[in-house]
Design a protein around this ligand. Structure first.
Ligand code: PEP
Ligand code: MG
Length: 581
């Protein structure tokens, strides 16, 4: 028996048989091409890319027939990549400079792109490098006439163990037969994590070496709740997990029944549970879970595409579709562009900064690039006529910045008025609190906006001075640090004094370990990935407000995150049998 610990990327418990899916490790040859053969070498690329495009469109058509929107979305970005003029231009340039075979040139070009993405350090963009590798491998297979076993051919129930699942592998995958996924690579923001959550199968990622240890046919336990994988379990452990799995299944059925019920404590305190989304087509899951609106729509996808920034009309379409979809379902809070820091726009040279996380990011970037900001602001205001749209500014660190953003908004409104373009005159405006200075002056800022949303992903990073993406110091990144909790308490109190509501849209809002503490501190809205909604709701519906307040009070007297964590864990474990905290 071997036990592995990884990232718990999608909840649930599965016991099954391993299907070892190994990368076919294509060896890419390298040889010189004569000057007069360069044109036909490039032509080989275009033919192979064309075939890959056809393959992908076929897979996409199949996916949309089966209404698998998640995959169609990933495939869109693959297809776009194949025709991306910048990508093609670099291939042509490298081919004529190196005069090597196109297989090698393609790999070289892709690695160039990926190095830029890695330098940027953004988990989101690093995950996009998976797309590039996926498309590259497909083109290589066509160039080298190499075929691969398909996940579509799986005919019995399996747990896939692999190094890194490519998005187009998952589209092909026989979904009915795949009961869980374990991977060497990947984190909570990877494609595989998102897909596993939308398939509602457990996934444990970031296991480093699971493919070295597992063989096809081995018995495997995947506990996506705790991020544990057990290979070839002994009979005692197997029985323990069979019972756990049964309890989890019964529990999931109960959880789904909660979709229809309000997030209300035993003594009637109602809070809102809303969803975070990154793409309009995640709407379906939001509606399925009956979320109280969308608390965070990250608008970055409209700006980070290989084809460049979206036009005003494209943005208007994207925002309108979500606003219309959420009409009478709590509306949507759209965050203005949050690039820079860990979300670098590739090839935007303004970003060569020593400390990008402390640099020219989010609202700072937008207030400088007013042309880009204006387009987004106009699109947002125009879309506001279709329903409940709230605008939210990220990374505000001082009053002047907020005032500038608000003035810019007013200027845009006047422009639209003079052009006779309608918008919601009462559109609510909020700001994220993700910088400690903003938390400390939240009493002043609260006078200027209609709501706050606490972005704990960044607030924790800036409060404890720990880069959220740096694994070496991840042990210091603690949402339960008393310094962080004091800031959260201060923000909530200041907002309530000013009569405005407070949401939280960082990962902490969907972390069941934090639910009761946040409830006790008075948080109004918890905004999270849709899949986490019912677990959080279950907790809220099982406690009284006064016991949550008592827990929060006790916690606020403690001196360290370790002490708080231990105390809250024990408190939660005593009450909730099925929640792994
Ligand atoms: C946050 O910082 O908590 C947040 C929600 O924003 P992002 O994760 O997109 O930086
Ligand atoms: Mg943030």
């Amino acid at each position: 028996m071997k036990i592995f610990k990884g990232v718990s990327a999608s909840p649930g418990i599965t016991i099954g048989k391993v299907f070892l899916y190994l990368d076919d490790n294509l060896k890419v040859p390298k040889y010189t091409i004569d000057e007069d053969k360069l044109v036909s070498e490039l032509e080989r690329f275009h033919i192979a890319a064309g075939k890959v495009g056809d393959d992908l469109k076929k897979i996409q058509a199949q996916a949309s027939k089966e209404e698998i929107t998640e995959e169609s979305r990933f495939l869109d970005s693959h297809i776009m990549m194949l025709t991306d003029p910048e990508f093609i231009r670099q291939i042509e340039e490298n081919l004529s400079f190196f005069k090597k075979n196109i297989e090698w040139v393609l790999l070289f070009t892709v690695r160039q792109f990926i190095r830029t993405l890695r330098k940027a350090g953004s988990p989101y963009l690093v995950e996009r490098s998976v797309d590039l590798y996926d498309v590259t491998r497909r083109i290589h297979r066509h160039l080298m006439f190499h075929e691969k076993i398909s996940l579509a051919d799986i005919s019995e129930e399996v747990v896939i163990a692999t190094h890194n699942l490519m998005p187009s592998d998952t589209v092909n995958m026989n979904r009915k037969m795949v009961k869980a996924i374990v991977m060497n690579a990947g984190g909570r923001t990877s494609h595989t994590a998102i897909l596993a959550r939308s398939f509602e199968i457990p996934a444990v990622l970031g296991l480093t070496n699971i493919t070295d240890e597992a063989s096809s046919g081995d018995t495997i336990i995947v506990d996506g709740n705790s991020g544990t994988v057990i290979l070839k379990p002994d009979s005692e452990v197997l029985t323990e997990y069979q019972n756990k799995s049964k309890r989890w299944q019964q529990h999931s059925v109960q959880l789904n029944k909660l979709n229809r019920l309000p997030a209300e404590t035993l003594d009637g305190k109602r809070v809102a549970l809303s969803s975070n989304i990154e793409m309009p087509d995640e709407l379906e899951l939001v509606l399925q879970h009956e979320a109280d609106g969308i608390g965070l729509f990250r608008s970055e996808f409209l700006f980070l595409r290989p084809s460049g920034f979206s036009s005003e009309d494209d943005q208007y379409e994207a925002y309108s579709s979500v606003v219309l979809g959420m009409k009478d379902h709590g509306g949507v809070t759209i965050r203005t562009l949050d690039v820079g820091g860990d979300k670098i726009i590739p090839d935007f040279d303004t970003f060569q900064e020593k400390n990008p996380l402390l640099g020219w990011r989010a609202i700072r970037f937008c207030l400088h690039h007013k042309d880009i900001f204006k387009i987004q602001m106009r699109a947002l205001l125009r879309a506001s006529v279709h329903g409940e749209l709230r605008i939210m500014f990220p990374m505000i660190s001082c009053l002047e910045e907020l005032e500038d953003a608000l003035a810019f908004l007013e200027e845009t409104k006047s422009e639209l008025r003079s052009e006779g373009i309608p918008f919601d005159e009462k559109i609510p405006i909020g700001m994220m609190i993700e910088v400690p200075s903003a938390a400390i002056i939240s009493d002043i800022l609260a006078e200027k906006v209609d709501f706050f949303s606490i972005g704990t992903n960044d607030l924790v990073q800036y409060t404890v001075a720990v880069d959220r993406g740096n694994e070496n110091i991840a042990y210091l990144y603690k949402s339960f640090h008393p310094g962080v909790l004091r800031l959260i308490k201060m923000i909530i109190e200041n907002a309530h004094k000013a009569g405005i509501p407070v949401a939280m849209c960082g990962e902490m809002a969907g972390d069941t370990l934090a639910t009761v503490v946040l409830l006790g501190l008075g948080l109004d809205t918890f905004s999270m990935s849709s899949i986490d909604l019912t677990s959080v709701k279950e907790i809220i519906r099982s406690v009284n407000l006064n016991e949550a307040e008592e827990l929060a009070r006790r916690v606020m007297e403690m001196s360290s995150s370790g002490e708080i964590d231990k105390y809250v864990r024990a408190w939660m474990n005593e009450r909730f049998e099925n929640i792994s905290v």
